[in-house]
Design a protein around this ligand. Structure first.
Ligand SMILES: *Cc1c(COP(=O)(O)O)cnc(C)c1O
Length: 431
């Protein structure tokens, strides 16, 4: 027999974790089970999951409505290929999605994960341009500080400085970057294009019109790239510029979708709709990986009427029935409750309880939008150091870059939320 490793030793020796050095594993907690907002560790410690497990577990872990839907689906049709076949789980979810997403988005492509949905969106844009006779349009414009996933094409539109561009330089497609929208959410809009970022956007789009297929960005909230909230008027005017130059507008709502920003979709903060939208993360309430790319009739029929007509994508697990059933249940849960007041209540409590952080010496900014609460520090915060301290406070927090943040599950009670904000304040004081 080879040496017998404990489960954690095995994990540390053999399993890669996200963005880690497999030869120098950081502190890692073994989670035994989860329910509602709580994670239970092997030693019985219970932690509030203030991250909603990377922003997707909005209705709480092991939500009975969602696990019930998965169980039921498991009994009849766990999976079937989607080529030449369809099923009620996909159709029922499709109906639900059409009910709640921006009205012009009528065509649905189901896929496996957020990054894949971005790949699909970018492919759609290129195929559409090709079908319109613009065969040179295969590049993209985007704003700095964005994050769109870890696959190749998605990575090419992530922030070129904080993303992985250095490392993969040469392997990534050339894209066109503009500054992130300079006017923040809540600040007064400035119509001067030199001040609101639109002069620069116009310059970039007009200089490379023949190369650019689409303009992709996270509407209103840039998540991983810095938890930055910007003025939605930028999006209204970007829509007009895209139309002027024949460029498709792509909203990546993988982080902002399903009520997180206080609107059902961040698109709801502005007056326009995108040509393509990417949804993921909260789609199944965090119970199983799933995503979707939706587009309008213009793009769908444009691709369909062009050459080769067919859309060139089709994952093996496309429209997986278990994922569809989970998503339908999660969306029913969301829209079946007064989610808007729930998010508003979480928002105002976070505003009150995080405000004292402004007085701390190393805090650069405190901001809250919907169920997103952020304490931005003046320096990078170590996630590993944060884990141990937050754990003492009964909370699981994983800061990123300079940001100590929470995206609590919507089912978080006021007392639990106070525990989260107290944990964040302590991290801001001590790290
Ligand atoms: C998380 C995220 C992605 C990537 O989704 P995965 O499911 O991790 O592939 C893409 N875009 C945004 C805005 C995200 O927050």
């Amino acid at each position: 027999m080879t040496d017998v490793l404990s489960p954690l030793e095995f994990d540390q020796k053999h399993l890669w974790h996200p963005y880690t050095n497999v030869t120098k594993p950081g502190p890692t907690f073994v989670v035994k089970e989860a329910e509602g907002v709580h994670l239970t560790l092997e030693d019985g410690t219970r932690l509030i999951d203030a991250m909603s497990s990377w922003w997707c577990m909005m209705h709480g872990h092991r939500n009975p409505a969602i696990t019930g839907a998965i169980h039921q689906q498991l009994e009849t049709l766990p999976h079937v290929m989607f080529g030449g076949l369809t099923h009620h789980a996909a159709i029922d979810l499709g109906r639900k999605l059409l009910e709640i997403t921006p009205a012009s988005l009528t065509r649905i492509f189901y896929c496996d994960s957020g990054s894949v949905s971005v790949e699909v969106a970018m492919k759609m844009a290129v195929q559409y341009q090709h079908a319109m006779g613009h065969v040179g349009r295969s590049q993209f414009a985007t704003i700095r500080s964005g994050y769109h996933g870890d696959t190749w094409k998605a990575m090419s539109v992530c922030d070129p400085d904080t993303g992985m561009h250095h490392l993969f330089q040469g392997a990534l497609s050339v894209q066109h970057f503009v500054s992130r929208p300079p006017i923040r959410l809540g600040e007064e809009w400035n119509d001067d294009p030199a001040k609101n970022g639109l002069e620069e956007l116009r310059r970039v789009l007009s200089a490379a019109t023949d190369q650019i297929a689409g303009f992709i960005l996270e509407p209103v909230v840039q998540g991983t790239g810095g938890m930055y909230f910007y003025h939605p008027e930028y999006l209204n005017q970007a829509r007009a510029l895209c139309d002027e130059f024949g460029i498709l507008l792509i909203f990546d709502e993988i982080a902002t979708g399903f009520g997180r920003t206080g609107q059902l979709f961040a698109t709801g903060h502005c007056a326009v709709e995108p040509d393509i939208i990417c949804l993921g993360k909260g789609l199944t309430g965090g119970h199983i990986s799933f995503a979707t790319t939706m587009t309008n009739d213009r793009v769908a029929t444009g691709i369909g009427n062009g050459q080769p007509g067919i859309f060139m994508h089709g994952p093996t697990y496309m429209a997986n029935p278990l994922a569809c059933a989970a998503a339908k249940a999660a969306l029913d849960l969301l829209t079946g409750q007064d989610w808007q007041s729930r998010v508003a209540t979480i928002s105002s409590q976070m505003r009150t309880e995080l405000a004292p952080a402004r007085a701390l010496p190393n805090v650069a900014d405190v901001r809250v939008l919907g169920a997103i609460g952020v304490i931005e520090m003046t320096h990078q915060v170590s996630a590993d150091a944060a884990h141990a301290r937050a754990r003492d406070m009964g909370v699981f927090l994983r800061p990123f870059g300079k940001n100590i943040y929470t995206m609590p599950p919507y089912v978080t009670t006021p007392d639990q939320l106070s525990q989260i904000t107290a944990g964040m304040l302590r991290l801001a004081q001590e790290l």
